[in-house]
Design a protein around this ligand. Structure first.
Ligand SMILES: *[C@@H]1O[C@H](CO)[C@@H](O)[C@H](O)[C@H]1NC(C)=O
Ligand SMILES: *[C@@H]1O[C@H](CO)[C@@H](O)[C@H](O)[C@H]1NC(C)=O
Ligand SMILES: *[C@@H]1O[C@H](CO)[C@@H](O)[C@H](O)[C@H]1NC(C)=O
Ligand SMILES: *[C@@H]1O[C@H](CO)[C@@H](O)[C@H](O)[C@H]1NC(C)=O
Length: 476
């Protein structure tokens, strides 16, 4: 994403504020709020930042935050899940605030929606889907994959992959995970595209190949992975990590915007939010002290499942990682690619499904996400194809950025908050305020009730094997 690279602190101007303020009082109040907020932020920085010589500070802040080795503590942002409610305390460590003249909502939306897409499917239960992603890292580490019209059945596959410590693992999931799932399904001669074995073998191949080709850095990268298979009215989810899948079920038609209940189809796999994952790791390593520190595996990794993350699974990757210089006890595997598999039967009130990386849920609950999405889906009910032009995923990305900005800077107004966050340097300061966000919203066709479709065979049209070299041993 070509986000403007900012080279210095431009004096704050209030000129842009007038564009959207409703009244003079409103304007004065908001302006004062913004100024107070900014003063406070600049004070946090102490004397380092002045309006006249900011760029050297900014450069050093950048230098501090870019670490050469990607498995350092840098992959652990400060905002790791907490159950506090907004407004939260500011992080103790202050950061470089670059203030620019405000850009308009139109410009903001152009940037946030720049890769938003809406795609018609019109097959089986799937009417259409929308995608949008937005990077906090210099190069976004999230990926997604869709195969909305599987050749051998009426089904559809959707996947969202949240990469960390580089992009190799999430890129691998995007390019190859579906092939592994199809291959294992064909081999098993059943209809279960989502299988534990599919995830596990894909993971083994990724790591073995990276090691054999001496791409150690690639093998150290990881990806939380969630895949859904929709066939007829049946949805099967495979989840390894902290991406999430939610169904929006209509529960009332009474108001103009119907009410929805968020039904979460996956559980997050993180130490901080999942007690059974914490216990699993402690149980599997009974004599290892300090295995969980700061709510992370070995004080470092937040998700407990995923593809890749070589050093948490194999000694040979640990030995080639920077962790080997400081950690004396290391007994992998700690994390696993084994997905939790859940199933759901769609009802006629299930209108859409959201699959997203945890960047969406950093400051928003599943129910809040569904409530926001409902507003966009129903904001112009007269046009039948409206939800197609609304880019619900784009609006949700915007909400996630707004929530992250309010969390970090306090609530100063939608436009100011979005400006504040968009003006942060990708990869550096921005990564400390929010995470990469990737959202797929899949809309269901309520009028088709193809109950029988779910029985359509998938397994017997032998798909091409994925690139299985290096996998002979694990593939039994
Ligand atoms: C949503 O995306 C479509 C293209 O897929 C575009 O035509 C439309 O203008 C977008 N809508 C908004 C509100 O950005
Ligand atoms: C929904 O399904 C019906 C029957 O299969 C079809 O005629 C209609 O075009 C579909 N509508 C959408 C929006 O997918
Ligand atoms: C909402 O209205 C539609 C169409 O009248 C109906 O099919 C559906 O069951 C209603 N849903 C709820 C939750 O009341
Ligand atoms: C934690 O993960 C396990 C395994 O997927 C799951 O069964 C459990 O429900 C999760 N717990 C929470 C609180 O999400």
């Amino acid at each position: 994403m070509a986000l403007r690279r900012l080279v210095g602190v431009t004096a704050f101007t209030v000129a842009g504020v007038g564009v959207w303020a409703h009244s003079r009082d409103d304007l004065t109040r908001r302006t004062r709020n913004v100024q107070r907020r900014l003063r406070c932020l600049l004070q946090e920085k102490g004397s380092d930042v002045t309006h006249s010589q900011p760029s050297s500070y900014f450069r050093s802040a950048l230098a501090e935050s870019s670490t050469p080795f990607s498995d350092s503590l840098e992959d652990i942002p400060y905002w790791a899940k907490s159950t506090e409610t907004v407004p939260k305390k500011f992080p103790a460590k202050s950061s470089a605030i670059v203030v620019q003249p405000q850009v308009s909502f139109l410009e903001i939306r152009k940037r946030i929606f720049s890769n938003a897409e809406s795609v018609n499917v019109l097959r089986g239960k799937v009417s259409h889907f929308q995608s949008c992603s937005f990077g906090a890292n210099l190069e976004i580490e999230d990926t997604f994959a869709v195969e909305p019209r599987l050749k051998s059945s009426n089904g559809a596959l959707f996947g969202v992959f949240d990469g960390h410590s580089g992009k190799a693992a999430s890129k691998f999931c995007q390019d190859e995970l579906f092939s592994f799932l199809k291959y294992i399904c064909a081999e098993n001669r059943n209809n279960n595209l989502i299988s534990k074995k599919g995830f596990l073998i894909a993971d083994e191949c990724f790591l073995t190949r990276a090691f054999d080709e001496k791409r150690y850095q690639d093998g150290l990268s990881g990806a939380c992975s969630i895949v859904s298979h929709i066939s007829g009215n049946a949805i099967t989810i495979g989840n390894a990590g902290d991406c999430r899948c939610i169904i929006a079920r209509k529960i009332s038609n009474e108001s103009e915007i119907p009410k929805y209940r968020a039904i979460q189809l996956s559980n997050d796999h993180q130490i901080s939010t999942n007690g059974s994952e914490r216990e699993r790791i402690l149980r599997e390593h009974p004599n290892e002290v300090n295995i969980i520190r700061r709510d992370r595996v070995k004080g470092r990794l937040e998700p407990t499942r995923g593809i890749g993350d070589g050093k948490y699974k194999r000694m040979e990757f640990f030995e080639r990682s920077s962790a080997a210089q400081t950690e004396s006890v290391w007994t992998p595997p700690y994390t696993t690619a084994e997905p939790e598999i859940t199933q759901h039967r769609l009802t006629k009130d299930d209108e859409f499904m959201i699959m997203a990386t945890d960047g969406l849920f950093q400051d928003l609950s599943s129910q809040e996400v569904v409530d926001f999405a409902a507003q966009f889906v129903h904001s112009n009910k007269n046009s039948p194809s409206d939800s197609k032009s609304q880019n619900v995923s784009g609006h949700l990305v915007e909400k996630a950025l707004l929530a992250a900005s309010e969390h970090r800077f306090g609530r100063v107004g939608e436009q100011e908050n979005l400006n504040l966050i968009l003006n942060l340097e990708p990869g550096g300061e921005r990564r400390k305020v929010h995470d990469d966000v990737t959202i797929l919203t899949v809309f269901f066709n309520g009028s088709s009730e193809h109950e029988s479709d779910s029985a359509v065979s998938i397994g017997h049209n032998e798909p091409e094997p994925p690139t299985m070299r290096h996998c002979k041993n694990s593939h039994s």
